[in-house]
Structure formats: C-alpha cells, structure tokens
Design a protein. Structure first.
Length: 53
C-alpha cells in the first residue's frame, strides 16, 4: 500500500507533466482528496498525542 505522502508526490508529478484539460481536472481532484486525507490523518495524530493544531 502506498503511503499518503508518496501518493501526493506522485499526483503532483503527474499534474506537472499533464497537458490534457480533462486529465488535469481529474488529477487535481485526486490531489485535493489526498491532501484532505493527509490533513485528517495529521489531525487524528495530533488528537492522540495532545498536540496543538
């Protein structure tokens, strides 16, 4: 299973190399979802360890 950081970097690389508008839109949506997932993971970790936001 690919970790979220790897997925984000992969999507950023794909986006940088993409020229097709439809594909750019799809990759952008996937990247935003991955970034949101990373934020959720970080928030859970902060809650578990009592860290400030």
């Amino acid at each position: 299973m690919m970790c979220i950081e790897q997925r984000i970097e992969e999507l950023r690389a794909e986006l940088a190399a993409c020229t097709d508008r439809q594909e750019i839109s799809q990759i952008s949506a996937e990247l935003q979802a991955a970034l949101a997932e990373r934020a959720r993971i970080e928030a859970r970790i902060a809650t578990m360890f009592g860290l400030p936001d």
